[in-house]
Design a protein around this ligand. Structure first.
Ligand code: ADP
Ligand code: MG
Length: 540
């Protein structure tokens, strides 16, 4: 057995066909195939994002939606499901759904429908959730996002959207451990949700969280969702399976209610490893619902959902189909409160992908810098402000903000969002650095000084007062270079015999030391090369 496994890994194809054709060894073929399948198992994930819609009132009632209100103070008789109450659709929730569907590049159904999804749970007084099962608001679509791959490279990736549907949120159960009671808060019951379902296009935790981050930024930009995990405005379910890429998809488990990007990342990676281990040990993955415990960082089966649910979907009888307008149908209707898809397309603000394309193509920023700036709260806005004040090329401004400024900010827990250093000061520091007025090291010192508020002078004045100006004038630098060449004939010889790079590096080190690192490096290098080339000619 051990021998057959070994051969399998080295010469899999040839050995497969040989063993396969020899019926006496067919059991070995099966074993071989099984083992190779187990060895290259890959994770496959599809996501369901539940985003609370940022409207003043709920999806089907006029109750307010503010977060953090005292329990059960935002509950209308409809939210409490008193008999005889009827839903009235909130047009602003529809508008938010349409905007989001446009941004997801989905096809928008001009007529969509509502359905009842039945389940019994204490925080769902109706006994069903109104959702869109048969004909959702948006179908298909795709989202481009930046991902850090296994080799730490930044790459652009696209994931496909299955659909976007409008639905109601449930209430919240609060468990009082001491009294042994479960209490229900219906403030959340009936708040509008957008559920965004994706195709199984993700491979691991970071892939999933990068995608959700993109959708979060997009929804914030559209102002359709506050996008806060902490306040329950965003929750994600991850459907996870593993398979060998040449095989059909494996059986999936569903990890419910992930409440942060970090939990999403950890839950997905844990679950992939758990399923791989299970299969390698001869077990099988079962289709079950699991929950993630952030403390132990493990997924565990959810006890209340052990049996397969039958949701008994049926059309919602109290709501007519949802009709949308576009430019061709708008002229035939007098109803001005209906959402017009084409008008919403016209009003689209720049989306994260537009900002990204601007930074990549117009400002020539690297994908890494774009990713870091876009993920930093107010990062792009700050970059644009600095650009207004600075004379340096935008890509160098980007480098400075990401590498130098954020580098110092991160160690001091400062944030760009409330930047302690104003954009015009940052711009002046970038220009000082890029024009070679002072050294990169001293520019970092400048950042630290402004952060510690140890100066109120302009950066150039600080540089001048501290003697941090780089020496660029030939009259001062040339004699230094000449002296160093005279004192190091071996290095000169090395240069003249073809080892230019090495010799120059050593000479530069000596030159910078001699000037207490105040020599302008590029200028000094230029002078060294000039003198050395003259020497080369003389030696010929
Ligand atoms: P359900 O309605 O039972 O939740 P769906 O077929 O609508 O099931 O799928 C829900 C999510 O599960 C989608 O995001 C889909 O991409 C994902 N999914 C479906 N099959 C798999 C699989 N084998 N592995 C991973 N994800 C899957
Ligand atoms: Mg599901």
């Amino acid at each position: 057995m051990a021998a057959s496994m070994k051969v399998c890994r080295i010469r899999s194809c040839a050995v497969y066909s040989r063993i396969k054709s020899n019926s006496k060894h067919s059991h070995l073929y099966k074993q071989c195939r099984h083992n190779s399948t187990q060895e290259n198992l890959k994770g496959v994930i599809g996501l369901e994002i539940h985003a609370q819609i940022n409207t003043k009132s709920k999806l089907f009632s006029a109750s307010p939606t503010a977060f953090g209100a005292p329990t059960n103070t935002q509950v209308s008789i409809f939210d409490a499901a008193l008999p005889g109450t009827l839903p009235v659709l909130n047009g602003e929730c529809v508008r938010a759904g349409v905007k989001t569907a446009i941004a997801l590049n989905s096809k928008i159904n001009k007529v969509s429908k509502f359905d009842r999804k039945h389940y019994f749970y204490a925080d769902l007084p109706q006994g069903y959730q109104i959702t869109q099962q048969r004909k959702p608001l948006g179908v298909g679509g795709e989202v481009e996002y930046i991902l850090i791959d296994d080799n730490n490279r930044y790459v652009l990736k696209t994931a496909r959207i299955t659909q976007l549907q409008l639905e109601q949120d449930s209430g919240r159960s609060v468990h009082d451990e001491e009294a042994g009671q479960s209490l229900i808060d219906l403030n959340r019951a009936g708040i509008g949700l957008m559920e965004i379902v994706t195709e199984p296009d993700f491979e691991n935790g970071i892939d999933c969280s990068s995608f959700v981050r993109e959708v979060q930024l997009m929804m914030r930009q559209l102002q359709v969702c506050l996008g806060s995990f902490r306040e329950g405005g965003l929750r994600v379910d991850a459907n996870i399976s593993v398979h060998s890429p040449d095989q059909p998809l494996g059986v999936r488990s569903e990890v419910k209610n992930l409440g942060s990007l970090k939990d999403l990342r950890n839950a997905v990676d844990y679950e992939i490893e758990r399923q791989k281990r299970l299969i390698k040990n001869g077990g099988t993955v079962i289709n079950e619902t699991r929950t993630f415990d952030s403390e132990s960082r493990k997924t565990i089966p959810m006890r209340d959902k052990e049996r397969m649910q039958d949701y008994r979907f049926m059309p919602e009888p109290n709501l007519p189909p949802l009709h949308l307008l576009d430019s061709s149908t708008a002229i035939h209707t007098k109803q001005t409160n209906m959402v017009n898809i084409d008008e919403e397309i016209q009003k689209m603000p720049p989306l994260p992908r537009d900002v990204r394309n601007y930074l990549l193509n117009n400002c020539m920023l690297s994908l890494r810098n774009v990713y870091i700036l876009a993920n930093e709260d107010k990062g792009v806005e700050f970059f644009k402000e600095v650009m207004k004040f600075s004379k340096s090329p935008p890509n160098l401004i980007g480098n400075f903000i990401v590498n130098d400024l954020l580098g110092v900010y991160n160690t001091k827990e400062a944030k760009i969002r409330r930047s302690p250093i104003s954009p015009d000061i940052v711009a002046e520091i970038v220009d000082i650095r890029e024009s070679g007025y002072s050294s990169p090291t001293h520019c970092c010192r400048l950042v630290e000084m402004y952060l510690n508020q140890s100066t109120t002078d302009r950066p150039r004045t600080v540089v001048d007062n501290n003697g941090w100006r780089l020496i660029r004038d030939v009259e001062t630098l040339k004699p230094v270079c000449v002296r160093i060449l005279e004192a190091n004939p071996r290095l000169v010889k090395k240069y003249c015999t073809g080892k230019e790079e090495k010799s120059l590096n050593s000479l530069m080190m000596k030159g910078l030391n001699e000037t207490q690192k105040k020599a302008h490096p590029a200028k000094m290098k230029e002078l060294f090369i000039e003198l050395l080339e003259e020497e080369k000619l003389k030696q010929r």
